[in-house]
Design a protein around this ligand. Structure first.
Ligand SMILES: [Zn+2]
Length: 293
């Protein structure tokens, strides 16, 4: 085999790699849409890609972002298959346009952006996007685990947010982390659909606080298990108490009928019992239970 034959062979392999990646992206979108990761015992699509399929977090995140953009801009699919766009450039566009939309509140025509970065390298794309969206900063957030109890958050914030943060710190006489905690508690109590429970369970049989704390401490992590693969979620985030047999179907507060689930899985099983539409009609705020060690 000479160099040119070798190169032609290689070119075919690159093409099939691109086709396979495109199929992977399509499936990731499908998983996100259908919420298959919840059935399979994972809290998020990212968890499913990392824990089940061995992607690094960066690689998984890049694919998730790229897959969202491909769904939104079908023209990008052809360009991706032709090798004129790649995972990195799709990810860059997806992240910055989303951040810009959030900042301005206006929808961006992503087809125009895609047309501009067509056949560009990652570095050229970055330059182009920075010029196009000079007021949006991205990519500098980092959240690192320091120990089982602490993490370090580094984030770039605009002056307007800095002013608000300083004011809240003054008023509360608190450090940034305390302000952040209090602000998030307030926010999540209003907007988080996971902090909700079906009305029958709330009204008829509310689990006493002591019992809820016991169930959560007994389990320590989300007890959802995929009945087929036995994959257990094990998330420690947003833990809530769930009636295994729902109250509406005769379930009681007996300790054997209670289990600990993460918010995502609690909502998932509630939707399975009560139906999605029914769940969306009722948004009762549930008191959070702190896990004390
Ligand atoms: Zn879970």
């Amino acid at each position: 085999m000479n160099a040119h034959e070798f190169d032609r062979n290689f070119s075919r392999k690159v093409k099939s790699e691109r086709i396979a990646t495109h199929e992977v992206l399509t499936d990731i979108r499908k998983c996100e849409r259908e919420r298959y990761h919840l059935v399979l015992g994972f809290r998020t699509t990212l968890d499913w890609l990392v824990k089940r399929h061995g992607y690094s977090e960066t690689a998984a995140n890049r694919r998730i972002q790229a897959s969202r953009l491909l769904t939104e801009v079908p023209e990008a699919e052809e360009k991706f298959l032709a090798g004129e766009l790649n995972l990195t450039t799709l990810h860059q566009v997806s992240v910055i346009t989303r951040a810009e939309e959030k900042r301005t509140g206006a929808k961006i025509d992503k087809r125009l952006v895609i047309a501009k970065i067509h056949k560009k390298t990652a570095a050229q794309t970055e330059q182009l996007l920075r010029a196009e969206f000079p007021d949006t900063t991205i990519g500098k957030d980092s959240l690192r685990t320091l120990s089982s109890t602490d993490s370090r958050l580094t984030v770039d914030i605009p002056q307007e947010l800095r002013t608000k943060l300083d004011r809240a710190k003054d008023l509360l006489n608190a450090q940034t982390a305390d302000v952040l905690k209090q602000a998030l508690d307030l926010l999540l109590a209003t907007i988080d659909p996971q902090q909700t429970t079906p009305p029958s369970a709330t009204v008829a049989v509310r689990v006493p606080r002591k019992l809820r704390r016991y169930v959560i401490q007994r389990a320590q992590t989300c007890e959802y298990v995929d009945p087929v693969t036995k994959q257990r979620c094990d998330s420690t985030r947003d833990l809530q108490v769930d009636h295994i047999t729902p109250v509406a179907k005769g379930g009681t507060n007996d300790i054997s009928n209670l289990r600990c689930l993460c918010g995502q899985h609690n909502r998932h099983v509630a939707e399975a019992h009560y139906g999605k539409n029914h769940m969306q009609k009722f948004r009762t705020i549930r008191e959070p239970v702190a896990l004390s060690h």
